[in-house]
Design a protein around this ligand. Structure first.
Ligand SMILES: [Zn+2]
Length: 243
């Protein structure tokens, strides 16, 4: 099996990531590369990610969405060119980025200011919840994208869920968010749900921007506006734990 890889070149350095994604997992080689670059180099990530991102596999909706929101251009190649591969192997002007091993701020509600690196004042107040079919709260998360642009509330929720459960968002459950999901979060939700015909995504405020039109959820029947959050009733049982 060919290992899934993503890479880009910026200022003479190759940044690359390899990742074997499990089905329904909210992470891929592309997202690991982008998330990892933001985590490692928050000051220059914006410039680095203007470079074309290459991958050796068919990008998922999650990969495409993250490139729309946090990158610029992409291209698929059968494999990295020989000179790039050689640099990766010999670690010559090549940095392997692994989003899993870099330190991260806590993604759960109420812990956003616990890291010395977090900039909670830049985090827009966006929150989301995953509820079971019966209305039980399964997991919740807040936006922590002040430092790492990839850490929207929904991405945080998906990664928290995967860390704990290692399974898709269950059929019949619904995800509620205070702001309409961007294309990155929409793509990731799409890739992580068990059944696209038995899942709902509800948002309170529409996103007035135009980029949201590139969201895969816009083309689906899953998405609906929930104008009044007060009407959403859910309960938290004694097994619920914050991360
Ligand atoms: Zn988002």
């Amino acid at each position: 099996m060919t290992l899934a890889m993503a890479w880009l070149e910026w200022n003479g350095t190759v940044y690359w990531s390899q990742y074997s994604r499990s089905a329904f997992e909210p992470r891929s080689a592309v997202t690991s590369l982008i998330e990892g670059i933001w985590q490692l180099l928050p000051g220059s990530a914006h410039f680095i990610l203007r470079s074309r991102i290459f991958m050796n596999y068919e990008p998922t909706e999650m990969c495409r969405g993250m490139i729309v929101v946090c990158g610029k251009r992409m291209a698929r190649l059968p494999a990295p060119p020989d000179d790039i591969l050689r640099r990766m192997r010999l670690k010559i002007d090549a940095i392997e980025v692994d989003a899993l091993t870099v330190s991260r701020t806590s993604r759960s509600r109420g812990h956003s200011s616990s890291s010395a690196f977090s900039l909670p004042e830049l985090d827009r107040s966006i929150e989301c919840w995953l509820l079971s079919r019966e209305g039980r709260l399964l997991v919740c998360a807040i936006n922590t994208s002040g430092r790492n642009r990839t850490q929207h509330a929904e991405m945080n929720l998906l990664q928290l869920w995967w860390m704990r459960e290692k399974r898709p968002l269950p059929a019949g459950s619904r995800l509620i968010t205070t702001l309409e999901p961007c294309p990155m979060c929409a793509g990731a939700i799409w890739e992580c749900i068990e059944r696209t015909d038995d899942f709902r995504v509800q948002y309170v405020s529409p996103d007035p921007g135009t980029v949201v039109n590139k969201s895969v959820l816009k083309r689906s029947a899953l998405l609906e506006q929930c104008k009044n959050l007060d009407q959403v009733v859910f309960f938290q049982d004694s097994n619920f734990k914050e991360f």
